[in-house]
Design a protein around this ligand. Structure first.
Ligand code: SF4
Length: 222
């Protein structure tokens, strides 16, 4: 059984994660939570394509490595999407390379949500992934019924350009989370995050992740 029930610091509404493509992600983000484990080479675990994905689930596909990174073979992605389409679930596809969504248009399951990570509107040089403005532009221009943005781990940002960047995507929701592993990232203050949330709530649903509480408790009890 490789369809995993959601646990840990995941989106609360996701019921399962599924990772038939595994291994070292070429985006090599400094804060990647997968780095606490020894990482094997990238691979498609074909027997996982025989998994029963059930029905009525909300499955985050590719939560442990970015399955749309440039070095992931298209054939692997096609096989994963074909498998997903056999089961009546909602699927979340989240990548730091949304340009690649375009290569698979017409092959995604009917109920798919397309997302990208924007840790900030600024590039902080902590990832080899496509720069954040390019990610935002590619997802903005991608035609889909449902899109999302995750701001995790949140890093220092410029409020107005960041809000515009996100608004252009027209996300159904935006999740905000923080570094949970003490990587010493350049983080915004509680007040900056409160201002961001207030702006985002003008046009989308904002989902606050549990790991953001560390920053949002700043100043309490002083
Ligand atoms: S894109 Fe995601 S899986 Fe890939 S290195 Fe970055 S945090 Fe890890």
């Amino acid at each position: 059984m490789t369809l995993n029930e959601q646990k840990g610091n995941m989106y609360a509404f996701v019921t399962h994660t599924w990772n038939p493509i595994k291994g070292k992600c070429s985006h090599d983000c400094k804060y990647c939570y997968m780095k606490v484990w020894k990482q094997k080479p990238l691979r498609l675990v074909e027997k996982e394509l025989q998994d029963d994905l059930g029905q009525g689930n909300f499955i985050f596909v590719g939560s442990s490595t970015d399955m749309f990174a440039v070095d992931v073979p298209s054939d692997w992605i096609n096989q994963v999407l074909e498998c997903c389409s056999r089961y009546n679930n909602t699927y979340l596809f989240q990548t730091k390379n949304p340009m690649r969504f375009y290569d698979f248009r017409g092959k995604f399951p009917i109920s798919s949500i397309f997302g990208t990570t924007l840790e900030s509107n600024k590039n902080h040089g902590l990832s080899l992934a496509q720069d954040v403005s390019a990610r935002a532009t590619w997802l903005s221009n991608f035609k889909a019924n449902s899109k999302m943005v995750t701001i995790e781990p949140i890093m220092d940002f410029d409020l107005v350009p960041f809000v515009i960047m996100i608004k252009n995507i027209e996300p159904q929701w935006v999740a905000i989370g923080a570094d949970s592993k003490g990587h010493g990232l350049p983080e915004p203050s509680k007040a900056q995050i409160q201002a961001l949330v207030a702006e985002l709530e003008q046009f989308t649903d904002v989902k606050i992740k549990a790991n953001l509480k560390r920053i949002m408790k700043e100043g309490e009890g002083e």
